[in-house]
Ligand binder design. Structure first.
Ligand code: ATP
Ligand code: MG
Length: 396
């Protein structure tokens, strides 16, 4: 068994809960990923102990979702999510189940989970509890809802998008009945909060096979009911793999000819994501009509330049491109990389012109920046002084 489950914080948390007389097991994505031979990320523990009982066992806990049975245990500083065995009703607000009921049996807890591969528990001794054939489904690369798929999607429509994101992340197929239920209930996705959709879309973009996922979206009609998913995705194959989730958002924006601020607003993208998308699209539009200029190399980040060229390659065929190394070489070769690199400042200009500082100072710093950038003048104090004194006298 992986060391993740035989020592470390998750293991210790389970030992402590068992010692206190409760049942406790590993569940969720970590167990699935371990069985698939993939690196597991965060560890989730499920337990028969109720939240107040979990809190009594550990010194350091945070109530992250106590009403829904989740306590974050900080074990020697490492956070482990511990959730009480529970069942859940429907999600009227499409965010959280209306009411959860704590239960004593692990089996009942596994029943409320979305897919068979996500409904497997692992004891600290390495025993698997797999009541719905999750392992077999995983061997067959199959995503199958636990129980009746239609009922499960009616309870929580997000599960439809989760099935599709797993088809990208794991490159699995969606089982027939499960897919049919997505076709039948696709419209229900409209009620799910955008924050929950965004999390799944980010994971979909970063998966092994986004093409698979978008094909399922098209086949099931889920794409029609999700905001700002372009109906034609002809360039997707050439756009993947996405190096970051932001690249996925840029792809959708360009393919669908959406406005970046609309994409950012609708999906509540972070300020950082917003900034990257709008810079990249702004430069992409320029790039479609001309090559990168010296100003582009100067004003845009290296990652942005590379992303723009990647999408230029993706969307504009039969054009000449430059590769990443060349972009980097050209950016590195600039005489300055920001105004801070200028060899002179406003005080120097004031001294040379023998005038009081004012608006003119900033304006002339800009002119010097331009001259240095375009190599009209070397970034060196005596040369700049010579250039400045000549040009300044000519204009005044
Ligand atoms: P990831 O590796 O991306 O974190 P995950 O399967 O761990 O994938 P989480 O969102 O972290 O996904 O959820 C943890 C577990 O909780 C899932 O494996 C599944 O058992 C259960 N789960 C999560 N969301 C739902 C849902 N909407 N409906 C039913 N069960 C869910
Ligand atoms: Mg997880």
């Amino acid at each position: 068994m992986s060391e993740l489950f035989t020592k470390g914080a998750g293991y210790e948390v389970i030992c402590a809960l068992e010692q206190a007389g409760y049942e406790a097991v590993f569940v969720g994505g970590a167990v699935r990923d371990y069985l698939l031979g993939n690196a597991a990320k965060d560890i989730d523990v499920a337990t028969s102990a109720e939240p107040y009982e979990v809190k009594a066992v550990f010194r350091n806990t945070i109530d992250v979702g106590i009403a829904h049975g989740t306590i974050l245990v900080l074990f020697e500083g490492e956070p482990i999510e511990v959730t009480t065995f529970r069942t859940e009703g429907t999600y009227t607000d499409h965010r959280r189940p209306d009411k959860v009921q704590f239960v004593k049996s692990l089996h009942e807890d596994l029943l409320r989970r979305d897919f068979t591969m996500n409904a497997i528990a692992l004891t600290k001794e390495g025993q698997l509890v797999d009541p719905f054939g999750g392992r077999e489904d995983m061997e067959n690369h199959c995503i199958r809802a636990v129980g009746n798929p239609a009922d499960r999607f009616k309870e929580d429509a997000l599960r439809m998008l989760r099935a599709i994101r797993f088809s990208s992340v794991l490159n699995f197929t969606i089982e027939k009945e499960t897919l049919l239920a997505i076709c039948n209930y696709a419209e229900q996705i409209r009620h799910v909060s955008i924050e929950r959709l965004k999390i799944e879309m980010d994971k979909l973009f970063m998966g092994m096979n986004p093409v698979n996922a978008f094909q399922y979206m098209g086949k099931s009609g889920l794409d029609i009911h999700l905001p700002l998913i372009p109906s034609k995705r002809d360039n997707l194959q050439r756009a993947i793999p996405f190096a970051t989730a932001v690249e996925g958002w840029v792809y959708l924006t360009i393919e669908g000819e959406f406005h970046p601020s609309e994409m950012a607003k609708v999906y509540k993208l972070s300020n950082n994501e917003r900034h990257i998308i709008s810079s990249v699209i702004e430069l992409y539009e320029k790039r479609t009509v001309r090559a990168f200029t010296i100003e582009d190399y100067y004003l845009y980040e290296l990652d942005e330049l590379k992303m723009v060229e990647k999408f230029f390659r993706t969307f504009q065929q039969n054009c000449s491109f430059i590769d990443d190394d060349e972009i980097e070489k050209r950016k590195t070769a600039l005489p300055i990389h920001s105004i801070k690199d200028l060899a002179v400042n406003g005080t120097d200009l004031i001294q040379w012109a023998a005038l009081k500082g004012g608006q003119w100072t900033g304006e002339w710093i800009k002119k010097i920046e331009f001259a240095v950038l375009h190599q009209t003048c070397k970034n060196e104090p005596t040369q700049i002084k010579e250039w400045f004194c000549y040009e300044f006298n000519r204009e005044n």
